[in-house]
Design a protein around this ligand. Structure first.
Ligand code: ZN
Ligand code: ZN
Length: 266
């Protein structure tokens, strides 16, 4: 499995990375997880959007889904494409979210439905895209949000946390996975709401430690904190690091990871 981090940013725009977006590829399947602001453009440097097998959105904050709007313009305008792009959305009022976004950008009703086959997923219910089996699990955030358990048919498994407060469930879920991707939004856990919705880098590293995964990446952090987060990761002695935009790695036992890591250009 090849995994490319398209964006490591938060909701705030920065020059060096888009917001959230993770591209997972196998020999036959290309799935984009989250399409935050800037991700649709960044994707074009790696893979043409029309080559996607599917899109999965973890929650409805702009930094995780708003670029579904520009993505739509990569597909035929008036007539349906040969194969509509499978799009899996959070179940919370999915129809309203899509209709209102079309209206908000000055498009007609059904704008997204011509090009996309939209399916609201359900908590704990696996769905298939190509040779990937994806199971969404609810996590604590300021709005309903889901962590994705991503399993390839060759057994390779990635857990992509998305936006979340501390979660023993995600620690348990990640045990035995090949890769864990967690957010590291907060400079300090003390500045979060009482009902937690994000992780500090220290908390994310603690999750990595408890899950015992062979590799972990931190995303969704303020770019100016990258060096500080990298130092925290190094001090932990764990196989965890802050990802950067276009970091691309091989995941799974089928390939040696270390010698195939690149930061893609484009
Ligand atoms: Zn969010
Ligand atoms: Zn976010």
């Amino acid at each position: 499995m090849r995994l490319t981090v398209l964006g490591t940013g938060t909701a705030r725009p920065v020059s060096d990375t888009p917001a959230s977006g993770i591209l997972v590829q196998t020999a036959t399947t290309n799935v984009l997880f989250d399409i935050g602001s800037g991700v649709a453009s960044k994707l074009e440097g790696v893979l043409e959007a029309t080559q996607l097998s599917g899109l999965v959105v973890g929650h409805y904050h702009a930094d995780h889904w708003v670029d579904i709007a520009p993505l739509r313009y990569r597909f035929p305008w008036g007539e349906p494409p040969a194969t509509p792009l499978p799009v899996y959305l959070p179940p919370a009022r999915a129809r309203d979210q899509v209709d209102r976004l079309a209206l908000a950008i000055g498009e007609r009703e059904g704008f997204f439905d011509i090009a996309f086959a939209i399916t609201p997923y359900q908590s704990g219910v696996p769905f298939r895209i190509g040779d990937l089996t994806i199971t969404p699990h609810p996590v604590g955030h300021y709005i309903p949000a889901w962590t994705m358990d991503i399993r390839a048919d060759d057994g390779t498994r990635v857990v992509y946390g998305g936006d979340m407060g501390p979660s023993d469930m995600v620690v348990d879920l990640a045990r035995g996975a090949d890769l864990l991707i967690l957010e590291a939004t907060l400079e300090s856990a003390l500045i979060d709401d009482a009902r937690r919705g994000h992780l500090s880098a220290e908390e994310a590293i603690d999750h990595v430690s408890r899950a015992g995964v062979p590799r972990a990446l931190l995303v969704h952090y303020a770019s100016e904190r990258r060096k500080q987060i990298a130092a925290l990761c190094a001090a932990s002695g764990l196989p965890v690091e802050p990802a950067v935009s276009l970091l691309s790695i091989e995941v799974g036992a089928a390939t040696g990871a270390a010698d195939q890591e690149t930061v893609r250009t484009g």
